[in-house]
Design a protein around this ligand. Structure first.
Ligand code: ZN
Length: 491
């Protein structure tokens, strides 16, 4: 029995000034997929472990992961998906597919990449064999995804630390389907609702209660997979919204009833997702008044995990002027600064303008004088549970530039900032800092909460701002909460 595996990840933010290119996906095909994911804490790592332990023959198709940004460029998207499809065609007769996807990817001219790819895959393998799909918690589930997938299985954690477990669960479900033990019945509800990421922790609060219900039903054997998807909110596309998906063993009515129940619950708690943000100057002053550190400032409006370019000076401009009592660390994407500082060399004192390169609307460059401390090729391996754990990735050339007590890690390309290893790989230990700035709304909590003295989510402008009313929405289907606060909805 042959089971194809594939992995495709990119989360789109249609307000971002940066498009996604083929190279950003760093794609691999065939046996290289196994090399990248075997033994790793990714969804595909979990899928592989379960399938190989069960003695199934695995046919690797392709694996591609790109950092969050705007849509994939059309030609690059076509090239990438054609390669996946060509590999699938060449795979010969298959009995099933396990596909590890994000669920909120868009390309130029394609609002629903996952639905499109699943449709192309169905055209190749037919409608008979099962396709089980894992999804990020922030997936925008669509009618096409529901139509072409046999089962959709989402993460249960935010910060996301259960990629491996989600893959393993999906693979076990797939084996159950192949053995005839499970006849999957999948039902869903789409909810006209977008919520802030800052207040969507799965361990507590309104979202914690929803995920608790999903886990309870799975543990009690009432469903094979229950997923709640609070969609990542910055996508201006018609088929946009949160959703609930329930997969039961053969009971369509139960799947439908439970999906409706959970969707109603989600809707009824929608007001609890609102967040309180602190102005950056105030957050820095409060941090300096606290004994010890590190105090973590989360600049969620420039989150590199939410499609922002990571070039904001919204916090940086205050940080370089603050009367710091210890070192501070911040990440910044600025390829021009990297080139200039590389040319100057280690030890050089340089005066230059930093940041505001891509999102020129929301922040301006800030002029600073500092010293080049370190140059690197920007290759690093995430260690904390979360994205690409154990896999080496590249953010292009990097520089550690020191302005007073502020260590600015400047990269040519964007990177996730949720893992302290980002800084550690460049000689900066966040645990030793007075202030650490992360560009993340919530994902950073998994690794930073245990070491943080205090956390402030700061209020700066940006393309992943929590202030959803501030964006110019054109294509999203109205009414939707919270843009239309008086909307009514029945699950
Ligand atoms: Zn996510």
């Amino acid at each position: 029995m042959a089971i194809a595996i594939a992995s495709l990840h990119q989360e789109s933010n249609t307000f971002s000034p940066v498009r996604t290119r083929y190279e950003d996906f760093d794609p691999v095909f065939g046996a290289a997929v196994l090399e990248r994911h075997r033994g790793k804490l990714t969804e595909t790592g979990g899928i592989l472990e379960v399938l190989e332990n069960a003695g199934r023959s695995v046919v690797p198709i392709g694996a591609a992961w790109a950092i969050t940004a705007n849509r994939a460029v059309r030609a690059d998207f076509t090239r990438l998906i054609d390669e996946f499809c060509a590999r699938l065609e060449a795979a010969g007769k298959l009995d099933a597919i396990a596909f590890d996807m994000h669920g909120s990817m868009t390309a130029e001219g394609e609002d629903d990449v996952e639905g499109y790819v699943l449709e192309r895959f169905r055209r190749i393998v037919g409608t008979e064999i099962p396709i089980v799909v894992t999804l990020d918690l922030h997936a925008n589930v669509t009618a096409a995804m529901m139509r072409h997938a046999t089962a959709l299985v989402g993460y249960h954690t935010y910060p996301h630390v259960d990629m491996y477990e989600t893959g393993a669960k999906a693979a076990r479900l797939l084996l159950g389907i192949l053995d005839g033990r499970i006849q999957p019945a999948m039902r869903w509800r789409k909810i006209p609702l977008i919520v802030n990421a800052e207040n969507s922790q799965s361990s507590s609060g309104p979202f914690g209660a929803l995920i608790g219900k999903a886990k309870e039903w799975e543990a009690a054997g009432k469903a094979e997979a229950v997923s709640v998807f609070p969609v990542q909110p910055w996508m201006d596309i018609p088929e946009m919204g949160s959703s609930v998906v329930v997969v039961t063993n053969g009971d369509e009515q139960a799947a439908d009833r439970r999906a409706a129940k959970l969707a109603a619950r989600f809707w009824n708690t929608r007001r609890k997702f609102e967040v309180k943000l602190t102005p950056p100057k105030e957050a820095i002053a409060k941090a300096l008044a606290i004994d010890g550190g590190p105090v973590v400032l989360a600049e969620s409006s420039d989150s590199t995990g939410s499609g922002s370019p990571g070039d904001s000076t919204g916090v940086l401009k205050h940080l370089v002027r603050a009367p710091l009592t210890g070192p501070a660390a911040i990440f910044l994407v600025d390829p021009e600064a990297v080139a200039k500082l590389k040319a100057a060399g280690v030890g050089a004192t340089v005066k230059l303008k930093l940041g505001g390169r891509f999102d020129t609307k929301n922040s301006k460059a800030v002029e600073v004088t500092g010293r080049v401390r370190l140059l690197s090729d920007g290759r690093w391996t995430a260690r904390a549970r979360g994205y690409n754990t154990g896999i080496e990735t590249s953010m292009g050339d990097t520089v550690v530039f020191e302005v007073g007590q502020v260590r600015i890690l400047i990269a040519e390309r964007s990177a996730m900032t949720v893992d302290p290893e980002l800084f550690r790989s460049h000689g900066i230990d966040p645990a030793w800092c007075k202030i650490v700035v992360v560009k993340s709304p919530n994902g950073f909590r998994a690794a930073y909460e245990p070491i943080a003295r205090k956390i402030f989510v700061v209020d700066t402008p940006g393309v992943s701002s929590a202030n959803l009313g501030s964006f110019r929405w054109k294509r999203i289907t109205r009414p939707i909460y919270p843009l239309d606060p008086e909307i009514e909805f029945t699950a």
